[in-house]
Design a protein around this ligand. Structure first.
Ligand code: NAD
Length: 351
């Protein structure tokens, strides 16, 4: 089905409200998820609702938590999300970091114990909108690992995202990526659609490459992106996001349950305290133009920069609607029922 973004947001907001979420938090979470769909990342959009509803009903996700400050020391801030909705507590931690960076020129924020933060680019976009450069190292814990390190057939990590945002005069540069070959949610989406995953992304239980999206359910693993280099960056996300900010990494077997928890280390930098915001903006704009001026390679229409595919998807889906496959929609509707919506209410949204 194809659904309008406003209708989808309203449906998602209603589901969160029926779970007992305060209206502003329900709206913020729904808007974040639908924005991920608009930007083409269905893996981190409304398809996560069944996961969130299940966790909230089991008591793992605390829908009305706010981020609290555990430590405020110079440029360093440590916040605890209390397993609240990541979209809310993660944004609150980012706001606190931006305020500090405005005063001091930079902030290093350890944001721990957030329930799933969703699309990490959201927090970079928030920093960029305030004129800041930001760097995000994130680990993913609370359930068993799915990602293997380079050269291993056993799983030790999750999809540990890395993100970096740079403000520009026009289109912000947002590099936002899982350090696995593809995001786990994209395997879920491929599985739901019955489609193969790209070559080189998945390994079966014996460590052999496969394109079967069901391989994970049968003991296989997701590989790292970029061979040994991506594997190393994934480990650094585990250590900087998990060990430094979160004090909790994947090795903690007792905590491998049915939660999706993100710890995030954020560096927020004001370009003005370096060579000056104007000079930086000039250099970035020049470099963007220089990069885009490169002739495309065979098979490519143009050179794209980080953030371009998301902008193109957003422009398209704002007018054409958001496609959702039947299985994912069925799972969302079933989660809506569990959250307390009646069949007729759900059918009214579907109409
Ligand atoms: P992706 O591979 O689609 O894109 C990664 C980056 O590459 C983006 O910055 C994108 O703008 C850029 N890009 C894509 N195609 C390009 C091209 N042709 N030319 C130039 N640049 C291009 O992203 P992904 O790795 O699948 O991650 C998807 C989302 O999943 C991200 O938003 C990430 O934050 C999120 N994620 C979240 C978690 C979590 O636990 N919260 C875990 C993993 C991933």
């Amino acid at each position: 089905m194809i659904i309008d973004h406003l209708k989808l947001k309203s449906f998602a907001q209603t589901i969160f409200e029926r779970l007992g979420t305060e209206p502003d938090k329900a709206l913020e979470t729904a808007a974040h998820l639908v924005e991920a769909n608009l930007k083409g990342h269905d893996s981190h959009g409304v398809g996560m609702i069944p996961n969130y509803v299940g966790s909230a009903l089991r008591g793992g996700l605390k829908v009305n938590e706010n981020a609290s400050v555990l430590k405020d020391h110079g440029a360093v801030l440590l916040t605890d999300g209390g397993f609240g909705l990541g979209q809310v507590v993660g944004r609150q931690a980012t706001d606190l970091g931006i305020e500090k960076a405005k005063q001091l020129g930079l902030a290093c924020v350890g944001a721990r114990n957030n329930y799933h933060l969703g699309r990490i680019g959201t927090y970079a976009e928030h920093c960029v909108a305030a004129g800041m450069v930001s760097i995000h190292f994130v680990n993913v814990v609370g359930h068993p690992p799915f990602v293997s390190l380079w050269g291993s057939r056993e799983k030790r990590l999750q999809t540990n995202p890395f993100c970096c945002g740079v403000p520009t005069e026009s289109a912000p540069l947002i590099l936002d990526m899982a350090t696995s070959a593809i995001a786990l949610g994209k395997v879920r989406v491929a599985n739901m659609k019955g489609e193969p995953v790209p070559e080189g992304a998945l390994f079966d239980a014996a460590g052999r490459p496969t394109q079967d999206a069901n391989a994970i359910a049968e003991g296989g693993s997701l590989g790292p992106f970029g061979g040994h280099k991506g594997s190393g960056l994934a480990l650094m996300c585990e250590l900087l996001g998990g060990a430094l900010a979160g004090e909790w990494t994947m090795q903690d077997l007792d905590k491998q349950q049915e939660m999706t928890v993100n710890h995030m280390l954020m560096l927020i930098l004001d370009p003005d305290v370096f060579g000056g915001a104007a000079g930086f903006a000039r250099e970035v704009a020049g470099m963007q133009a220089y990069a885009r001026s490169a002739a495309p390679a065979e098979g490519f229409d143009q050179v794209q920069l980080p953030g371009d595919p998301e902008r193109a998807s957003r422009a398209h889906r704002l007018t054409q609607g958001i496609p959702i496959d039947e299985q994912s929609w069925g799972a969302i509707c079933s989660a809506a029922e569990k959250a307390g919506l009646s069949r007729s209410e759900i059918e009214a949204f579907e109409a």
